[in-house]
Design a protein around this ligand. Structure first.
Ligand SMILES: [Zn+2]
Length: 193
């Protein structure tokens, strides 16, 4: 059995406010009892994370209230490409004209020509925090973070909360999470390692 993660990504937090927002949201989660304040070796990809708190079930559906998470929360502060782990995204949609570009064939082979401009932009964004991709349909130059990915496969942002091996969060919890982030837009990125 693999390890699953779901990451709540703040799409609006700038590089200068990410650390302060991260502290505030962790304090809120600790207050709620969703995670513990202490940090232990309970996450993948980082040395330390916050283990589940006594009220972890407040974040998940009633049906999942007996599926206690066995790992914790890793907070990612700083420019990060958040992705869905294994596999490839199926398609990407232009936020200007709503045209969708398929990135894999019906049999899930990568379409290299379609992928190339996005791959290049991802490298640029990772290095500099700036990248644009010209839409093949409307020819507009669109900043990489604004493209919409099938299944929220990617998010390009400066703040993310990565929960390891938790049941799926409820829409209500995600709404409250967004409120704790000053009403910022969030993306819910899922994956498996
Ligand atoms: Zn377009």
């Amino acid at each position: 059995m693999g390890d699953y993660f779901q990451t709540i990504v703040d799409l609006d937090a700038g590089p200068d406010e990410a650390a302060e927002l991260a502290d505030r949201v962790v304090a809120w989660l600790v207050d709620e009892g969703v995670v513990l304040a202490e940090r232990t070796d309970c996450v993948l990809g980082q040395p330390l994370g916050h283990p589940p708190g006594p009220n972890w079930h407040r974040a998940v559906a009633e049906d999942d209230a007996d599926r206690e998470p066995w790992d914790g929360l890793a907070v990612e502060v700083g420019r990060t490409v958040f992705d869905g782990g294994q596999g490839d995204p199926e398609a990407v949609t232009c936020p200007r004209c709503a045209a969708t570009t398929r990135l894999v064939t019906e049999t899930w082979d990568t379409i290299d020509d379609a992928w190339a401009p996005f791959r290049e932009a991802m490298e640029d964004w990772d290095e500099t925090g700036e990248a644009q991709v010209v839409c093949p349909a409307c020819a507009e130059s669109v900043p990489l973070p604004e493209w919409r990915w099938a299944d929220d496969y990617f998010a390009f942002a400066h703040l993310g909360f990565e929960f390891w091996n938790w049941p799926e969060f409820t829409p209500e919890f995600l709404t409250r999470f967004s409120r704790a982030l000053d009403g910022h837009r969030i993306s819910h990125v899922w994956g498996k390692l």
